[in-house]
Design a protein around this ligand. Structure first.
Ligand code: DON
Length: 347
């Protein structure tokens, strides 16, 4: 009724203009959504960020997983992937490195897809801890409420995946990551061996959670599947495609598969915004303004909701375990394009 009244107020010339405008726009709808107006700047900002940071040598490779010290430290790749799957890149965007913690939001997405967002909230929690990714203190303080992006919550998320066996659990986790990437992803077995044989801290975390009734499978099984998940090989381009799937309402731009329910994407992005950079999440949101996730393999993906993803990879990390070149490149691009979720962040 309201619409009818409003329509009556429109004068005939205005209505005619509106009809003509819609007719003119019709062919564009026929070809799918209009391209992002910023597309023309994408290659320029990617090239500029790559050039600006390629000689930055600050930080160092992660070494608590011994094999990560062997990744050539100078590797660097930057990419934008749009929600319709267009790729704008510079540097080594096809090099396969271990996904590490960038995997975490995607398995949280699997739990949300299988059981709804309340399960994540109640059985893991969604509070940023403000502490490091492997903090045991955070577990003591927030016994009932970590989040799925720190190690504890991510191991719990793996344990929540509905599965009939360890193999089935792994198959579901791997298939889900591959679905987000739009192509098959495989474990880097040497990374898995290196991490699993030294996973004393994560084993402690898994056992503590189990003791508190906050882990939902056998702890060693959860630890193994979680460690395999973190050892999956991805390129910066793969990460960009995974982020673009989130930017595209959970639909992979290449395969068109609905990988997670569109209605739960905002909840997942909210957790990425508040905890994706661990104890640097506040600083990251303050300066870059985008939901994102980092990994100690050197990868980072950030999402511009409804539009595109920015991903980058470079192995040298800062104290919080976040890639220094990658975070600077993504922050610059977000600022240049003015796409912070709260408004355009000044450069
Ligand atoms: O569990 C771990 O410690 C690693 N597999 C993942 C940690 C990680 O990537 C932290 N992120 N920046």
């Amino acid at each position: 009724m309201k619409r009818t009244l409003e329509m009556q107020k429109i004068s005939w010339p205005a209505a005619l203009m509106a009809t003509l405008a819609m007719a003119a726009a019709a062919p564009a709808f026929g070809k799918g959504p209009a391209p992002d107006p910023l597309t023309k700047d994408f290659q320029r900002v990617v090239d500029a960020a790559y050039a600006k940071y390629k000689d930055l040598k600050d930080g160092k490779n992660a070494d608590y997983i011994p094999i990560l010290t062997e990744t050539p430290s100078d590797l660097f790749g930057v990419v934008i992937v749009t929600k319709d799957g267009k790729v704008y890149s510079a540097g080594e965007v096809d090099y396969k490195f271990s996904i590490q913690s960038v995997s975490k939001p995607f398995t949280a997405a699997l739990v949300m897809s299988q059981q709804g967002p309340e399960v994540l909230r109640e059985k893991i929690g969604v509070e940023p801890t403000g502490m490091s990714f492997n903090s045991k203190l955070a577990l003591a303080v927030y016994e009932n409420s970590v989040n799925p992006l720190v190690n504890a919550g991510a191991i719990a998320a793996v344990s929540l995946v509905q599965a009939t066996s360890e193999q089935d659990r792994w198959d579901k986790v791997q298939q889900n990551l591959s679905d987000f990437a739009g192509g098959p992803l495989a474990v880097l077995e040497k990374v898995y061996d290196s991490e699993y044989t030294t996973a004393f801290g994560n084993r402690g975390i898994a056992n503590l959670l189990y003791n508190w009734g906050r882990l939902y499978s056998d702890p060693e099984e959860a630890l193994r599947v979680y460690t395999r998940q973190c050892s999956v090989g991805v390129s910066a381009k793969d990460l960009g495609m995974m982020g673009a799937t989130l930017a595209n309402g959970g639909v992979n731009p290449l395969t068109k598969k609905q990988v997670m329910p569109a209605k739960h994407v905002p909840e997942l992005l909210a957790v990425m915004a508040t905890a994706g950079f661990y104890d640097e999440s506040g600083d990251w949101m303050y300066t870059a303004g985008l939901p994102a996730k980092t990994g100690v393999g050197g990868g980072i993906v950030a999402v511009v909701p409804g539009r595109f993803a920015i991903a980058a990879f470079s192995p040298r990390l800062n104290e919080a375990g976040n890639s220094i070149r990658a975070l600077n490149a993504i922050r610059d691009i977000a600022g240049e394009l003015g796409v912070g979720v709260f408004g355009s962040n000044p450069q």
